[in-house]
Design a protein around this ligand. Structure first.
Ligand SMILES: [Zn+2]
Length: 121
């Protein structure tokens, strides 16, 4: 081989390595971003959509995070951004949690843990 052929082969190898590395980095970033989006969507299923408000010493009630903006019919959870179509949907989401406070506490614990993992709070 002549010296310029060796030089050409070395340049091609270096160029190929740079192209492979750039495409690999790009794919990893896209993959991580899509995984994060999926986890944020899963967070909407875990969110209790309410908090406990203490009334007096031994009583408590649930304080919903859902609110409806003026001019819209949709209800939006201020904690997880879940949007539902009507007040009946809000009530059906809240009903099992209001019947069973341990379910509420368990879901709130899971929500906080996952939100911390995703660095949302
Ligand atoms: Zn929520």
């Amino acid at each position: 081989m002549i010296w310029w052929q060796i030089l050409l082969i070395i340049l091609l190898i270096v160029f190929g390595a740079i192209v492979i590395r750039l495409s690999f980095n790009f794919d990893i970033n896209r993959c991580l971003e899509s995984r994060r989006k999926i986890k944020i969507e899963q967070l909407k299923n875990i969110c209790p959509h309410c908090n406990i408000a203490y009334v007096g010493k031994n009583n408590f009630s649930y304080e919903s995070f859902f609110s409806s903006r003026p001019g819209t019919i949709n209800w939006r959870c201020s904690q997880c951004d879940l949007i539902v179509g009507s007040k009946e949907d809000v009530d059906s989401l809240m009903e099992p949690l209001q019947k069973d406070p341990t379910l509420f506490l368990e879901r709130k614990k899971r929500f906080v843990k996952m939100a911390r993992k995703l660095k949302l709070c």
